[in-house]
Design a protein around this ligand. Structure first.
Ligand SMILES: [Zn+2]
Length: 125
């Protein structure tokens, strides 16, 4: 995953790739320092892993947001479609239950990402 530090020269945000989810594991398997070049000023920055932070993933936010934004109206549309034609209350009830599905998926994806961020940011080496 990617973790972030600030350029010592221009304060631009620099991303560093790591293969483990906690600072302890990174220190153990990859070493306590990570370096990368600043895309803004080209200065090579060396970071101690305690100075790097995980952030919520934009990808996770976009995917879960799309599921929520598309899934919820789609389910409501299906619900109304089945409520009006063929007037079967059981089918309507089942579909009503499905409204919770996109919301639940959204919640699970967001929660997983927060757990990942917290696991990294909580413990220092
Ligand atoms: Zn810089």
């Amino acid at each position: 995953m990617k973790v972030f530090g600030k350029c010592q020269n221009c304060k631009n945000e620099i991303s560093v790739s790591v293969n483990y989810g906690t600072r302890l594991e990174i220190a153990m398997y990859e070493g306590e320092t990570k370096s990368n070049y600043c895309k803004n000023c080209n200065k090579k920055n060396e970071f101690h892993i305690n100075d790097l932070r995980a952030k919520e993933s934009k990808f996770s936010l976009i995917i879960s947001g799309l599921i929520f934004l598309i899934g919820t109206p789609l389910t409501i549309y299906l619900l109304f479609d089945y409520l009006i034609i063929p007037h079967n209350p059981y089918i309507a009830l089942i579909i009503a239950g499905f409204i919770a599905v996109p919301m639940t998926i959204y919640g699970i994806i967001r929660k997983q990402d927060m757990i990942r961020v917290r696991a990294f940011n909580r413990a220092y080496k």
